[in-house]
Design a protein around this ligand. Structure first.
Ligand SMILES: Cc1ncc(COP(=O)(O)O)c(C=O)c1O
Length: 406
């Protein structure tokens, strides 16, 4: 990989960032990367600097960049002037294809509803629960991230700045337990005994919250309590779904199934998937605009599923994740690296402070490695599923160099 990172940000990047600062809301940008294009697991910025991508754009680019299968799909639409339609009003082949493709990896009998984003996938999951259960509080977890639209935001607990002063839907919060001996493992049952509740909503591996992996007992308890009290279990697989943990869905590591689930990112659009029991069985209860109408995204989503199957990328995620985690674990206990955890190719590194994590994120970037923060003081690594052993090693070498110096 040719690296030209002499001046970062370069002059072209500086112009874009200055324009953004002047005319746009400067929301959550992390460092001065201005993306131009990409190939395989490499992203090039507009000044020609190259970076090994350990983010896959938070899982939305599972096949990396310029993948021949995706390039082929995009080419098909270059002469189709109708790439976006009112997809809840008119049918198209891509919608049927994606529904059929995703059904091959969902629990049997599940149906899907397509929307624009992950947050809307969560919103439609909770709407399905409200429709069946009534306008009751929902149970969700500390450290959870379910999106930033106002409904989903009520159940997001990652950072106060995301919702300060905003009105919220009723919720009951339980601790997200990562340890099988946590005394709070049955907190949900205490709530369910005393309150009527519309749903239990959780991630299996918290994304934005810091790549915290749920305890096996915690998840099996939630499944058990949901069934016992007749409340739907909603699993949010927006970040973890479609292969990043080495299985199609993170819940497969736990031997349970949800009643309703949300996914997005790697799928290219949002999807709420549900067992027949939660089918609203009435038209117009749910609707979306271009999630079910962006034909290119739906066509790419179908091809992503097919390529993951054809190229055995779940196996690759498991193998590469193992190499990655083994390499990172060696750094635990040294130079402020507190902990390494994860499932498959979703790996989190916890630091001793936010400032330390933030400093290392920028240093890694300047050394040609893209990573992202998660939670208060963790770094998340979620490379494309096509990543090779050599690329994992290259990333580990950079991490070793940057993290193991003061
Ligand atoms: C678990 C989870 N749920 C929901 C969302 C919201 O998805 P979106 O940004 O597509 O609205 C995210 C986004 O990071 C997520 O990680």
């Amino acid at each position: 990989m040719k690296k030209t990172r002499d001046v970062i940000p370069g002059p072209k990047a500086m112009r874009v960032i200055d324009t953004m600062k002047k005319h746009a809301y400067d929301s959550t940008f992390v460092y001065s990367l201005v993306v131009s294009h990409g190939h395989n697991c490499i992203i090039e910025d507009i000044d020609g600097n190259k970076y090994l991508d350990f983010t896959s754009n938070i899982g939305s680019c599972p096949l990396g960049y310029s993948h021949p299968d995706i390039v082929e799909i995009l080419a098909q639409y270059s002469s189709n002037g109708t790439y976006k339609i009112a997809g809840q009003d008119f049918y198209c082949q891509e919608h049927a294809d994606l529904a059929e493709n995703i059904s091959t990896i969902l629990p049997s009998g599940f149906k899907t509803f397509f929307i624009n984003s992950g947050a809307e996938a969560v919103e439609n999951a909770i709407k399905m629960a409200y429709k069946k259960m009534g306008p009751l509080p929902g149970i969700s977890c500390t450290g959870a991230f379910h999106g930033r639209t106002l409904g989903a935001l009520s159940f997001t607990f990652s950072r106060p700045v995301q919702k300060y002063n905003f009105p919220e839907l009723p919720s009951k919060r339980i601790k997200f337990c990562t340890n099988d001996n946590d005394p709070e493992l049955d907190a949900a049952e205490k709530i369910l005994k005393e309150n009527k509740v519309a749903f239990i909503l959780t991630e299996i591996i918290q994304g934005e919250g810091g790549y915290n992996v749920a305890s096996k007992k915690f998840i099996s308890n939630l499944r058990k309590f949901a069934t016992r009290y007749g409340v739907p279990l909603i699993l949010d697989e927006v970040q973890s779904g479609i292969g990043h943990t080495g299985k199609w869905w993170a819940f497969e590591h736990y031997g349970i199934k949800p009643d309703i689930m949300s996914t997005a990112k790697a799928l290219q659009i949002g999807a709420t998937a549900f067992s027949k029991k939660f089918d609203p069985m009435q038209r117009s209860v749910l609707s979306s605009t271009w999630g079910g109408g962006n034909r290119i995204d739906m066509a790419v989503g179908s091809r992503v599923i097919q390529v993951i199957k054809r190229d055995k990328l779940l196996e690759n995620a498991t193998k590469m994740g193992h190499i990655l985690k083994t390499g990172l674990v060696e750094m635990v206990g040294k130079k402020g690296v507190i902990n390494v955890r994860g499932l498959g190719l979703m790996v989190g590194i916890e630091f001793d402070s936010t400032a330390h994590r933030d400093k290392k994120l920028v240093e890694l970037f300047k050394h040609g490695l893209m990573t992202l923060g998660a939670g208060q003081k963790s770094m998340r690594i979620i490379p494309p599923l096509i990543i090779t052993k050599e690329q994992i090693q290259e990333g580990l070498d950079i991490m070793h160099k940057v993290l193991m110096r003061t």
